[in-house]
Design a protein. Sequence first.
Length: 469
Amino acid sequence: MKILFIGARLFDDVYFYLQEKNIKSILTESNENSDNLDLADKYYIVPRGMSEPLKIAIEEKVDGVIPLIGIDTPLFDVALMKEVLENNYNIPVISSNKIAIKICINKFLTKKFFRYFNIKTPKYFIFNNNKDDDNNEDNKTNKKNSKKEDNEDKNKNMKNEDKKEDSSDNADYNLKLSEIDSLDIINSSSAYDNLKSFIKYLNNYENKDYENKNYHECNYYETNVHENSNDLINNPNFPCVLKQFEGQGGKDIVIAKDMKSFVEYTNKFNLTLCEEYIDGYEISIEVLSYKNVYIPLVPVYKGETSLEGIHPLNKVRYAPSEIEGLDNDLVNDLAVKIAKNLNTEGTIDIDFIFSKKDKELYATEINPRPSGTRYLSMASTSISPLLKLVDMILGDFNLNKINNEIKNYCALEVPIGSYTSLKLEKSSKKFDKNSWVVHGPENYKRVTVSGENKEKLFEIVNDTLNLEI
């Protein structure tokens, strides 16, 4: 058995499992100074993009490909590579399809997806600052040439001399009905029908040309946007959350507390997604999926929402979440509904907010890649999301097996920065019963602790590790 892994940063989470299973590992990485390169049986330093990993997968005759990519930018290229390798070479690539990727990494399409499938999401509107003047011929020419160059680069990178070139356009996020016909939706006509109906809905939407409108798709108020657009412009509710259509890790996210901060932000961008601020609790959950099997892991509590916009990585987080009024089974069921309707594959992470005021659960974002909460998921359930990706290649991913393996432990994750101790230095990347794992880059480290119950958890945190939480 031989598996190609794309990206070295997370490889130390899986390499010990590969040794246990006697699996040969091949690694591709664009950064020659990256950690973990020497852990693989063989590695290649390659340019950014998926052209070289695609060639290597074919030349090495691997049995499967697992992208260990923690950022959004390359994910669409991964989805294109997935089509080529699976359709033409019968090499499985454990990642989601290109339609799911488009929906997940574009926050506007994510909002539309939630609304279409009747999933509560914070109210929002799109603000157009008209920074790109459509009457300016230079702007129009530059945008046209830029898009043409982007398309030429994508086509060149993904071209395979022996096979038909994929014609998908990665320069925009318009979804086309023709794209769904290229998906291999296994034993799931409902997934096919749901995605197809959603794309039809988008293509037929009367305001789809949102760049030429001042506002598009508003449910920020209960009243109709077209009747109240002037009110929205003059009197948006504050505070409100301002985002760009793409980005992750809190990039370009601001909480506007008044009109001044709203104007300062929107003046920087052409389009802004303006979202209702909800005073509540942030939650996320990972879902593993493969061949129409969907398994939610555990709801993770990531702290209260904050007007200061504190990133969850700077908070103490724990699993399973324990929030008064919230049934964790609701989180599990809603996460599976989202994953099924996207026909996801591999691992995804879904973010929610539970409102203090109305006690409702609101979906906010979907991340179709390894999650930053994976250690909490692993510490609480004993299920490693990344190791399960390997099991998918092995043909050993099934619901009954995971149900027999899953535990109901308590887990806590604490930021420790550059703090260290002899006990923390001895940490491995593998959880045993009542144990801990240290992870993260230098000066931004975190420790995740697993305890068979709350008492044991806090005994480890306070007495063994002296973290005094």
